[in-house]
Design a protein around this ligand. Sequence first.
Ligand SMILES: Cc1cc2nc3c(=O)[nH]c(=O)nc-3n(C[C@H](O)[C@H](O)[C@H](O)COP(=O)(O)OP(=O)(O)OC[C@H]3O[C@@H](n4cnc5c(N)ncnc54)[C@H](O)[C@@H]3O)c2cc1C
Length: 544
Amino acid sequence: VGFPVEVGHLDLDHDDHEYDLDRLMVFGRGFFDGSLSVDPADLHRASVDFGGGQATPAKLMAVLRPGSVNDVVKLVKAAYESRRGFPVSARGHGHSTNGQARPYSSAPGIVIEMSNYNNKNVMTTMMKPPNVVIDGGDHRGSYVDVWGGELWIEVLKASMEHGLAPKSWTDYLYLSVGGTLSNGGISGQAFNHGPQIANVHELDVVTGKGELLTCSEEQNTDLFHGVLGGLGQFGIITRARIALEPAPQRVRWVRVLYSNFHDFTKDQEYLISLHGKPNSERFDYVEGFVIVDEGLINNWRSSFFSSPRNPIKFTSFGVNNGGVIYSLEITRNYDESTSHAVDQEVEALLKKLNYIPSSVFTTDLPYMDFLDRVHKAELKLRSKGLWEVPHPWLNLFVPKSRIADFDIGVFKGILGNKTSGPILIYPMNKNKWDHRDSVVTPDEEVFYLVALLKSALDSGDETQSLEYLSNQNRRILNFCDEAGIKVKQYLPHHSTEEEWKGHFGEINWERFVKRKVEYDPRRILATGQRIFAPQFDSRASSSL
Ligand SMILES: Cc1cc2nc3c(=O)[nH]c(=O)nc-3n(C[C@H](O)[C@H](O)[C@H](O)COP(=O)(O)OP(=O)(O)OC[C@H]3O[C@@H](n4cnc5c(N)ncnc54)[C@H](O)[C@@H]3O)c2cc1C
């Protein structure tokens, strides 16, 4: 075949894919430490995601399972330097819901499968386990160095062996570090510790030019902040250094209910205003759920009420059928040395809240079990065939000043007493988000995450169908638009340049484009986000 020895000379001719593939395969076999697969089963797996809504298969040439950081460098460099170019998408655990981790281009692309979770036997040297460093010697304390495709559950397990744990979480741990850091990574700890992207000391990143750069607050600072929340646009994260704290042993988990939205949000806002106080004077985690549908009071996103034999009824809290209730979920972490004081401290904080008095539910469990709570629900749903269904999710950041309008218009309006999955709602403090990062949040000091975590079912009930639920999402976005509620999508999904510009706002968009030109000038990375068409694409946009 006469394949080139220099990676940069690998050139693909998209008019003759077979030839391209041959060259890649030969090239790959001799060149990559890992493996390059064209097995249809691998291509299929790499082109679908948790959203499950993609109608057409992705145009894929191959899937690379890297055996080393160098493999990532070599492939991106090949794509960058080849005459025609081809798109490359890092795929973490494929838990996006709109095809973000697969290439979107007129030219066939390659997916780099960063997580080895499903392929432990295939992976080789790159998969160094998370390396925990206890008290790194500078002001940053303990940290863990992890491969970008590592799942958070593995990061937790490795850290816990040393009595340590990351500070900021997502509710679900079977997500990759690179995947959540490309978005933000939020859960009930974000009000206090900020999102996961605020708890990273350093990254190794392979840019769209195939350069491997270390970046942090001290070096390559613009790249560091660009990649955090950067939707995979500026580079592939191959290593992240994540801050650790001493791991608590146990969690006191409390849930209280509200029928009044104002009381509910007032209490949530009060609780997040306690950020930075000593542990004894605040909760460690603050989240909430909206329950518009009685059946969902035992929702899968929170394994809290696990007894189906003892269902909890709306009516027992004075809420009539058709009403909406709100559930505040809070936790206190503790260990042996602080256990004696937990009851009293939790009681003192609860006294300041205005929930329905008879609605206090308390449970107590090990820290690991609390953090891994959604996985239990996943296993249950899987056993009923309800996990691998389409998920038309909508995640919004809603400014605090308009959350009551959102309640009236959406929870009590558009949803019409019927939902098809849990609805999360919790506030966060903007000052815990670094404005230099790429992620965008509303222009208010406090904003809410509202997550409508829908599952579409083929049950014959039209209101559960993918089409109906996707349409409902559009109605919600239109409602916000018409009501002037300036929401930002979290895990954003937009299809046109105009929409993306609107998402970022003028100044942030300019910065985002500038970073793209600098770090991925041929626009080969993460094309599935549909922000920039690759340079070689017939749809190529003119924004760069
Ligand atoms: C059940 C479930 C629960 C969730 N809970 C939460 C939650 O509580 N909080 C929260 O914040 N989010 C949550 N999410 C959303 C989740 O954080 C994002 O979808 C995240 O992107 C998923 O990670 P992943 O590894 O599957 O990423 P993928 O879907 O594989 O990739 C996402 C994007 O990141 C890019 N990417 C992947 N790896 C890298 C890398 N190493 N370097 C650069 N770019 C990369 C991809 O190209 C793609 O554009 C949840 C999702 C699911 C399905």
